[in-house]
Design a protein around this ligand. Structure first.
Ligand SMILES: C[S@@+](CC[C@H](N)C(=O)[O-])C[C@H]1O[C@@H](n2cnc3c(N)ncnc32)[C@H](O)[C@@H]1O
Length: 366
């Protein structure tokens, strides 16, 4: 079993969706409970139908303006009809164009559904949260949500792409910054968050060290991270499903770039090694497709079907630049992934890690 998983909170959310009936579900703001919802999946052998018309899911939507930033960071690179961040800003191979921004916003919705509307679980009184940082904030949607929930806090987001909107809550700020480089900011934070950052981070241990430095004593780090590898439960024998192959190719590309696409199971131990205490690790199994029991699982699975197809298409730079594939070769492969995912024949899933940990108070043993 992966390191840290044994620390999952004992309260399990059942895969049959029973937790959805709870009327004591936590609200989006207010004091955070210590327990993060965990899930495991059970196949729906009765084949309950699921209509993909849940309003909570929303649809892919148009993205907004970028903020005012210096020219060098908007000196975008264009390739194969896609737009990428300025090569000067860092080393990342997913596009930053509207298609990818829409996918990020859609993926953010999936996180919200999975976490019953909550943005974070770090158990600190909200009135004590004065400074918040989101690393690799993408379109800035998490920052804007938290800034609205905590109007007295200053919420900052950093990203190598200036793709955040100009119209934001007055306590919300965005900066272009490379999380893999040394941080120059003197600011100290009460809460530092990441989500879906495994393709971006070159050295998690180093990033965690920097976060530790940047937190005030008693502050929290909170990581919401995908384990990159897709598992297909009902197709264990060759030929390997295209979706599983896709995840392995991306993992291989990341390895070539010195990154670990499958780092999340190790993050709990890394946090402890860096000096963090009260390390809590919860996992959720997210289906691809509507094959498991439970309405919430089916909602996530339907959304993940769209997200995975889009993520596959948006990985063109990873395949052509890092793995050296021809464009046409990649296009055929990503069409196969889409076709396979749409067939609904696979019981595929990914695991998402939800981790939070506290920097000890001064003088506190750790
Ligand atoms: C998969 S997206 C996740 C975005 C956001 N956290 C979310 O959940 O929607 C990864 C983000 O990391 C950003 N990124 C990549 N490399 C980075 C780096 N070295 N420093 C800061 N941000 C980076 C990308 O521009 C992208 O917006």
């Amino acid at each position: 079993m992966a390191a840290g998983v044994d620390e999952q909170p004992s309260q399990e959310v059942r895969a049959d969706g029973k937790h959805e009936e709870r009327d004591d579900a936590p609200a989006a703001s207010g004091p955070a409970p210590a327990v993060m919802p965990t899930t495991t999946l059970e196949a729906d052998d009765e084949g309950d139908t699921f209509e993909d018309d849940d309003s909570a899911l929303g649809t892919l939507r148009g993205s907004s303006d970028s903020g005012s930033l210096t020219e060098s960071v908007t000196d975008y690179r264009f390739e194969h009809g896609r737009r990428y961040h300025s090569p000067r800003a860092g080393d990342y191979h997913l596009p930053n164009d509207e298609t990818e921004q829409d996918r990020l916003d859609f993926q953010h919705h999936i996180f919200r559904i999975a976490l019953d509307g909550r943005a974070f679980f770090s158990p600190m009184p909200t009135e004590k949260i004065r400074n918040v940082l989101d690393i690799g904030c993408g379109t800035g949607v998490w920052c804007m949500e938290v800034a609205s929930q905590l109007p007295d806090a200053k919420v900052e987001g950093i990203d190598i792409s200036p793709i955040q909107p100009a119209m934001v809550p007055p306590n919300c700020y965005f900066y272009v910054d490379d999380c893999n480089a040394d941080w120059v900011s003197e600011q100290r934070y009460d809460l530092i968050h990441t989500a879906a950052l495994t393709l971006a981070v070159t050295d998690w241990a180093k990033l965690i060290e920097r976060v530790y430095e940047a937190l005030r004593p008693g502050g929290y780090i909170e990581l919401h991270e995908y384990h990159g590898l897709v598992v297909c439960r009902n197709k264990p024998d060759p030929p390997e499903p295209y979706l599983v192959q896709l995840s392995k190719y991306i993992s291989e590309a990341m390895h070539k770039m010195g990154r670990d696409f499958n780092a999340p199971p190790m993050l709990g131990d890394m946090l402890r090694a860096a000096g963090f205490v009260d390390v809590e690790v919860a996992t959720q199994e997210w289906p691809v497709g509507t094959w498991p029991k439970g309405r919430k699982n089916k909602t996530i699975g339907a959304a993940q079907t769209k997200n995975m197809k889009e993520a596959a298409r948006n990985s063109v730079g990873i395949f052509t630049r890092v793995l050296g594939w021809q464009l046409e070769e990649f296009q055929v492969f990503s069409a196969r992934v889409a076709q396979e995912v749409d067939s609904g024949e696979m019981q595929a899933q990914t695991t998402v890690y939800f981790i939070h940990a506290r920097k000890p108070e001064e003088g506190e043993a750790h």
